[in-house]
Each structure stands twice: as C-alpha cells, then as structure tokens.
Design a protein around this ligand. Structure first.
Ligand code: SAM
Length: 278
C-alpha cells in the first residue's frame, strides 16, 4: 500500500489545525527527503523528533533509525500517529510539552542520539536553548526553523543578524545551512520562509571560559544595548571604573567597540578578564 501524504492524512481524520501550536505541516516531499538525508540517520541511531504532526517525517525516520521517540503536545494527533505508524515497532510516542521534557530520560545509555524536527515557530528559540544549555549528549540537531532565526544562528561578527543566539549555538555546535524552504512547502502556509540547518555538537565548547554564566551574561548585555559601546553595555556588571579599564586592557579589547564586532574568542577573553576582577 502506498504511503498516505500529509494532505491525505489530514483529510482522512478531519484534523483541525491549531495555529497557536505552530502547526504548519510539511507537504513537499523533496524537503522531507533533504531533511532525512542531511540528518544522516542510520540503523545505530536513536532519533528524537519534536512535534511529529501527522507523522510524515516520522515515517521516513522510522525506516532508517534504530528507534524514534516523537514528542507531541497536541492530544488530537495521538490517535492519528498511533494508527498511521502502527506497523513500526521502533516507534514511541511521548505526549508532552518538549520544553518540559528531561531528555536524559530518553537518552539513557544510548551513544548516538540525533534530534530531527520541523520545529513550531513560536517556541524555536526556547527549544534550541534548552537542548543546548542543558548539555544533553546529542550528536546532532537537524531542524527546520524560521529563515530569520536560521540566519541569526549561522551569522558571523559584523553582520546585522549576529547576536546572542549566534554565540549561544556556535559555542556548542558547528552550524551548517542545509537549504532554504519556501512557505508553499507547508499546509497551511506560514507567513514566513524557513530554513533547514544542521547543528553538530562539539566535543568541547568552542572556547574555554572560567565562568559560563558570566560569559553569557556579558554577551546578553552587549546585545541588549546594540547601539552602545561595550563600555556602556558592561556598566551593569558593577565593576569599578578602574577594574573595567583593567579588564578591557588585559583582554586587548577597545571598550569603544560594540558587541556585534566581537568574535566568540574575544567574548571568552573578556569574560575571563572580568571574572578575575569580581
Ligand atoms: N513534523 C510535522 C511536519 O513536519 O509536518 C509537524 C511540524 S509542525 C511545524 C510542529 C509540530 O509541533 C505540531 O505537530 C505541533 O502540534 C507540535 N508542537 C507544538 N508545540 C509543541 C511543544 N511545546 N512540544 C511538543 N510538540 C509541540
């Protein structure tokens, strides 16, 4: 029997989309194949899919992976997924909010865990931040997200898209843009374009810093006040004027520069010099 398309499944069950859950389902097969191919899933891999929808991407992952765990929040989708994917004994459905999942409970002793997802737009950044900062042992994350967020994640210093999320992701991962995806690839069509990116977790963070919280606080402060110089942006750290001068001097960074010009290594150096003076 031929696999049903996303549209067929939606019609078969009379499924009603919930806009607030970011339900834009993929209907373009070429995009689906590109996601599966770039995720590079094999028989030794465990896949965690966030937001399986009606299971079209899930089905392709199930054909290749050792096991697929799919985390879905919408209870209306559970009977559909259970019925449509019943032929697979390597499928496990988890009815939860992905933001509240302890992924270690799924990962257990597994050595090769890959996240693959067409993420709901409204929670893209919190989900990425959770998956990275909670330091789970994932090998890679292949995700489809809003194009603008993807461009920020993959951006370099001195680009207008460069910001806190670029540094957060690049601290933990190598970033690769797989492809752009037009709004016509989804049902219903979103108002934005999308992008598929692959994030490969680094074995060690990109820079070694003495205090990660301080490192990210300095980054956040620098970009919260984008037009300000680093000197003004970092006043909130409550260092004396003398110590601020020492920190910038030791880090060899001109305090008149703006945050968006600093590389991740420079932010690391500055954070370590500030750390010594606190
Ligand atoms: N994977 C399907 C596809 O590609 O067609 C659906 C992707 S759709 C963009 C996002 C999916 O995430 C929906 O099925 C939605 O119900 C689900 N979802 C939304 N918020 C969620 C959350 N907090 N936790 C888990 N799933 C969520």
């Amino acid at each position: 029997m031929e696999n049903l398309s996303t549209k067929d499944i939606v019609e078969k069950y009379g499924f009603k989309f919930t806009k607030s859950l970011g339900q834009n389902f993929l209907i373009d097969n070429s995009v689906l194949q590109d996601i599966v191919e770039s995720a590079d899933v094999g028989e030794n891999d465990v896949v965690i899919e966030i937001g399986p929808g009606v299971g079209t991407l899930t089905r392709e992952l199930l054909k290749k992976a050792k096991k697929v765990y799919a985390i879905e929040l919408d209870s209306d989708l559970l009977p559909i997924l259970t019925e449509e994917l019943k032929e697979f004994n390597n499928f496990e459905l988890i009815h939860k909010d992905a933001l509240k999942v302890d992924f270690n409970e799924i990962i257990g002793e597994e050595k090769s865990v890959k996240v693959v997802a067409n993420l709901p737009y409204y929670v893209t950044t919190p989900i990425i931040a959770k998956l990275l900062t909670e330091k789970y042992n994932f090998k890679s994350l292949t995700i489809m997200i809003q194009k603008e967020v993807g461009e920020r994640i993959s951006s370099a210093p001195n680009c207008k898209e460069y910001g806190s999320i670029s540094l957060l992701v690049q601290y933990y991962c190598d970033v690769q843009v797989v492809r752009k995806v037009s709004a016509t690839a989804f049902l219903p069509r979103p108002k934005v374009e999308s992008i598929v990116i692959r994030l490969d977790k680094l074995s060690e963070p990109k820079v070694k810093v003495k205090d990660e919280n301080l490192f990210f606080k300095i980054i956040r402060n620098s970009f919260n006040m984008r037009r300000k110089t680093l000197w003004n942006a970092l006043k909130s750290l409550n260092l004396s004027k003398e110590n601020m001068e020492v920190a910038f001097m030791k880090a060899s960074i001109d305090p008149k520069r703006r945050g968006e010009t600093l590389s991740i290594e420079e932010f690391g150096k500055l954070a370590d010099c500030v750390h010594e003076l606190l």
